[in-house]
Design a protein around this ligand. Structure first.
Ligand code: MG
Length: 256
């Protein structure tokens, strides 16, 4: 495992990439309404990222065909934008990455469209809050799994399922760097490591939380991940810098 420690110059670039990714997420959020297609949202996000002088990190990544992942209701992550119509009552996860001057910002959020069920609203709240519970432990001197444990404890104690099959990640010049950042504490003997956190590490912390059980499967399009039990799922992600004090959210947006 090789965890990169970013220099001041790299951190400055990651701040810029993070701002663009966060703003792109907001572009998508503001488009959510009854009757819009997921492709229309993708198109605006794509144009916005280019207009910032950045490139959409997801486009072509591992063969992914679009610039944003848009996942609706029981879709967890990696929804492929297309002709699907968003409807009132849906919850929609928007995940975007932007590469700027060689560095990547990655962030996601789940948003209600029109009137959604109290259960859906609560799932969104729990998922977002589980990120902030984890963030409290994103501090130099602590260990990575302190973050994982806090996310898991918060979500599971509220009756939600924590997705195991997909995890957060280190991030920097590449979207996926070491270490993996699980949203649960892996069992002993797991292939992952539990490193001590150091200033200059940058992590994409991204709880994926289901209203039902934690099990997920991949659709025949080879990308879209859905809950096995058909329950709703939510996602919340920010790129975070470990400092010698409070963690810094690099994909900050005041409305999300
Ligand atoms: Mg990510």
């Amino acid at each position: 495992m090789m965890i990169t420690i970013k220099s001041q110059r790299e951190i400055e670039r990651m701040r810029e990439a993070g701002k663009i990714a966060a703003a792109a997420r907001s572009v998508g959020r503001r488009m959510l309404r009854d009757g819009v297609t997921t492709e229309e949202i993708n198109k605006e996000i794509h144009k916005f990222i280019l207009s910032c002088g950045a490139t959409p990190t997801f486009l072509g990544y591992g063969g992914f065909p679009k610039s944003a992942c848009i996942s609706v209701n029981d879709e967890v992550i990696h929804g492929i934008p297309g002709k699907r119509l968003i409807r009132n009552g849906d919850i929609v996860s928007i995940d975007v990455g932007a590469t700027y001057k060689g560095y990547v910002g990655d962030c996601a959020g789940t948003f209600p469209v029109g009137e959604v069920s109290p259960e859906a609203q609560e799932l969104i709240r729990i998922t977002r809050q589980s990120f902030f519970e984890g963030l409290r432990h994103a501090r130099a001197g602590g260990r990575l799994y302190d973050i994982s444990a806090a996310v898991q404890q918060y979500a599971e104690s509220r009756g939600c399922g924590v997705v195991r099959d997909y995890v957060g990640h280190g991030i920097g010049a590449k979207m996926h760097e070491d270490p993996e950042v699980p949203n649960y504490v892996p069992p002993r003997g797991d292939h992952r490591a539990n490193p001590r956190l150091l200033p200059g590490m940058t992590l994409a912390i991204e709880p994926m939380i289901n209203a039902g059980g934690p099990a997920v499967r991949v659709l025949s399009n080879k990308w879209t991940v859905v809950t096995v039990d058909g329950s709703l799922s939510a996602h919340y992600e920010n790129t975070v810098l470990i400092t010698d004090g409070e963690p810094e959210i690099l994909t900050i947006a005041d409305d999300i």
